[in-house]
Design a protein around this ligand. Structure first.
Ligand code: ADP
Length: 495
């Protein structure tokens, strides 16, 4: 066991870094006075304490969001003016990129280079991208009986609760807040309790950009308390949630009495299929990226790797070679590709699954437990071979850098097995045969299919799940199916 000395805490100390609740445009402590600690997973040290929202705070946030929606300037604002504020938020995120990246890495354990070049710029892009939709969300005129004039209006849904996870804290918050605001809604964000810090900065940024008070409220707190209260609150019209499907089920139950509109992006156990005619070197690079990027804490991680049995040996060798680039290390070092996992709980879960895989009879060819450190939540790339698709190892979401390699004999068999999962978020395949690629893309029951690549994203491309991976899509025009209402208007023409 090596001792790692992650760099000492150098938190930015300016006004951007906030620890309180943002309600109705003001930073305030929790009414109960309660706070909770947020830790640096690489050192297990406390970063700071953050106000913990309870019932009274959720009520205050919901009332503020309702007031801002019903009587505030935001939903009625000229498209151009709303555009300018969202664009300004994007610019301020980029202007503060370095401090946001540092905070994200301290709070989540992810490598600083990922925070700098992926999370923070992509969060800024979300505001820029959705700002572009503001003056394009139009209705239609409809060809009805000539005695009538009929048209549709796209209206904002109302008060949106956004409940976000800890794996891409600022980015996922931005992916929800930006379209919600673009459509004229007001928002209450409950960030994950493990990683509340960049969301709080975003609150300050939004106010600095001129977002009217009450339009964005931020209430860090615990899921079963603050999250559940938010879901049940009568002033909340819609809930957009990214997280585990079990939490999704709980949210659905709590939202049922109010028949609230839901958008869910849940877990995955994505199949990555390597056919024998693929560019194997490229496929192995993407296979590693697909499962080891962000410590495997990715809902669309390529955790089930199906490899044609004819190339099994060659491909394992390639994987082992390329896995060496993914050794866990100090998240603040620019050389680190794999950081710490987010919490002790998450680390224990990953370790439990590695043990379970051994018990189920899979063959461990790379054991990430050897990469653990005496301090911090570290586990290295882990690869199992001879996995059967029915093992729990291959069926349950681990959310860590654990790859299950399953070999297959032919196209039909692999397509059938790839679809044998409760999930359907994403899938990938590698082949040089264009016809086979598109045939497989049609047959795979998942919201995204990558061909000869893995994990590519764009705010304009819909992302979301089939089956237990959720419903609704984030990305492009389809995002607004959730964030807007459609109203039909009829006018009688007298002559
Ligand atoms: P994980 O278990 O990996 O933390 P979750 O799905 O539980 O993933 O968490 C994602 C988000 O959902 C977090 O913000 C968390 O606080 C929130 N959450 C957890 N339980 C509930 C709940 N019962 N109602 C609403 N939100 C919840």
């Amino acid at each position: 066991m090596k001792t790692l000395k992650p760099r000492t805490l150098e938190l930015p100390t300016d006004r951007l870094v906030r620890h309180k609740l943002l309600i109705d445009g003001k930073w305030m402590p929790a009414q109960s006075g309660r706070k909770f600690k947020t830790l640096n997973p690489a050192t297990e040290e406390m970063i700071c304490e953050v106000a913990e929202a309870g019932e009274a705070d959720i009520h205050a946030a919901a009332s503020a969001a309702r007031k801002a929606f019903e009587t505030g300037p935001w939903p009625k604002m000229k498209a151009r003016d709303r555009f300018k504020i969202l664009k300004k938020i994007s610019e301020l995120i980029l202007h503060n990129k370095e401090r946001l990246a540092t905070l994200e890495t301290f709070d989540s354990g992810k490598p600083i280079e990922s925070s700098r070049h992926i999370d923070i710029p992509a969060a800024a892009e979300a505001f820029e991208y959705y700002a572009g939709w503001i003056d394009k969300l139009s209705g239609e005129t409809l060809p009805v009986d000539p005695a009538y004039f009929s048209y549709t209006l796209r209206e904002p849904l109302g008060v949106i609760a956004a409940i976000t996870p800890w794996n891409f804290p600022l980015l996922i918050a931005a992916q929800k807040i930006a379209p919600a605001l673009a459509a004229g809604n007001t928002v209450i964000l409950k960030p994950a309790e493990q990683t509340p810090l960049t969301a709080l900065c975003l609150g300050q940024i939004a106010m600095d950009a001129g977002l009217p008070e009450g339009v964005l409220n931020i209430v860090p707190g615990f899921g079963p308390v603050a999250g559940a209260m938010l879901v049940r609150h009568p002033e909340v019209d819609g809930i957009t949630f990214t997280g585990e499907y079990l939490t999704g089920q709980e949210i659905m139950k709590n939202a049922a009495p109010g028949l609230k509109r839901l958008h869910f992006e849940l877990g995955g156990k994505s199949a990555n299929i390597i056919f024998e005619d693929a560019d194997l070197d490229q496929a192995a690079d993407f296979a590693c990226d697909g499962i080891f990027f962000n410590q495997g804490e990715v809902c669309c991680a390529g955790s089930r790797l199906f490899v044609d049995q004819k190339i099994k040996k060659t491909f394992s060798k390639l994987l082992l070679e390329k896995s060496k680039n993914w050794q866990p290390g100090d998240p603040m070092s620019t050389k680190t590709e794999m950081g710490a996992v987010v919490s002790r709980e998450q680390l224990d879960k990953i370790l439990r699954y590695i043990k379970l895989g051994e018990k189920e009879g899979a063959q461990l060819i790379l054991d990430g437990r050897k990469q653990s450190k005496s301090k911090g939540y570290f586990v290295g790339p882990t690869i199992f071979e001879s996995v059967s698709n029915t093992m729990k190892l291959a069926q349950e979401e681990i959310f860590g850098p654990v790859l299950s390699q399953i070999s297959f004999a032919d196209f039909d068999q692999v397509l059938q097995q790839a679809n044998q999962t409760i999930y359907g978020l994403s899938a990938a395949l590698f082949t040089r045969d264009i016809e086979k690629a598109h045939r497989a893309a049609r047959l795979l029951k998942s919201g995204t299919v990558w061909i000869n690549c893995y994990g590519t994203f764009h705010h304009g491309v819909p992302f979301g799940g089939y089956k237990m991976s959720g419903y609704g899509r984030e990305g492009g025009l389809h995002t607004f199916d959730f964030y807007t209402q459609m109203k039909s208007v009829w006018l009688h023409l007298n002559s």
